[in-house]
Design a protein around this ligand. Structure first.
Ligand code: PAF
Length: 281
């Protein structure tokens, strides 16, 4: 596996490569990312190349967020990428990606205004900008994103559609710890007591999905089930949002017939955790 750190070298690599399947990441990789790389490997077969990027994107962190303390674990990340089947890793420094006087960026003005976007203003503009730049640099044929960041996946699909990027986007199921907690680079910020309560997020979502499957279609009732479960099992968490939305438009639904999504974000002391469940027939 090749490690490339400069745009110049990357462009040379890209010219010689054929079909590319891309897995963009911010590093601090875990089994969830390994799954994305493995999925990309399966899609690539022997003909195409699997490229991963590792770049902690300053543009998507708010002023009071964890950019400075975001874990940087390059050596371990490279090992994970190699073992999961990547052919190349692009890991540029911030100055390789952003000019000091940069003045162009992308903003998404619908899907990014709700859910996480409501409490993280500018976050998805930062994501869209870096993903557009990475797509321009990597020029992938296909790219793989996790469904844990469901809103991000929906926004990337919109970015690709609206700006005509010739990239096919794949969403991959969330990978979980054995107790159901969604894997996340931020789980390491949880105290032991918080870690013990965190699986309640998933359990609450599953309970609501079971209720929906047995005929409860009103979002008010579905939300009540989740609030009650969290009140009983996650007293250390503070809710940011819990919403029932259409899984494509991300707009709130009162009644869920099909194509619904329940998404939530909960703050613990040093970590804000997100999770979601699809309501699909
Ligand atoms: O999901 C992530 O890790 C990041 O938001 C992404 C897509 C790599 C952009 O920085």
């Amino acid at each position: 596996m090749t490690l490339i750190e400069t745009v110049k070298e990357w462009r040379a690599w890209r010219k010689a490569a054929g079909k590319v399947i891309f897995v963009p990441t911010m590093g601090a990789l875990h089994e969830g990312h390994a799954t994305l790389v493995r999925e990309a490997r399966k899609m690539a077969g022997k003909e195409a190349q699997v490229a991963a990027s590792i770049f902690v994107n300053p543009l998507q962190f708010g002023p009071n967020e964890d950019f400075d303390r975001y874990p940087r674990t390059l050596e371990a990340d490279l090992t994970l990428c190699r073992e999961a089947g990547a052919d190349v890793v692009f890991a540029p420094a911030v100055k390789e990606v952003y000019h000091e006087d940069r003045s162009v960026q992308i903003s998404e003005n619908s899907l990014s205004k709700v859910l996480c976007g409501a409490s993280r203003p500018g976050h998805f503009d930062g994501v869209c900008t870096v993903v557009a730049k990475l797509f321009n640099l990597v020029q992938p044929d296909e790219a793989v994103f996790g469904k844990k960041d469901y809103q991000q996946l929906a926004i990337i699909r919109r970015l690709v559609r609206d700006l005509n990027f010739p990239v096919e986007i794949h969403g991959v199921e969330t990978v979980r710890e054995s107790d159901g907690l969604a894997m996340s680079s931020r789980n390491r910020y949880l105290s032991a007591a918080e870690r013990a309560q965190a699986p309640a997020l998933r359990a609450a979502l599953v309970k609501a999905r079971e209720a929906w499957q047995s005929g409860v279609t009103g979002s008010r009732k579905l939300l009540e089930i989740i609030h009650q479960h969290l009140a009983d099992h996650a007293s250390l968490g503070r809710k940011d949002y819990i919403s029932v939305v259409d899984r494509h438009s991300l707009q709130p639904l009162e009644i869920v017939k099909n194509d619904g999504l329940i998404a939530l974000a909960v703050f613990f002391d040093k970590a804000r955790l997100i999770d979601n469940v699809e309501l699909l027939k």
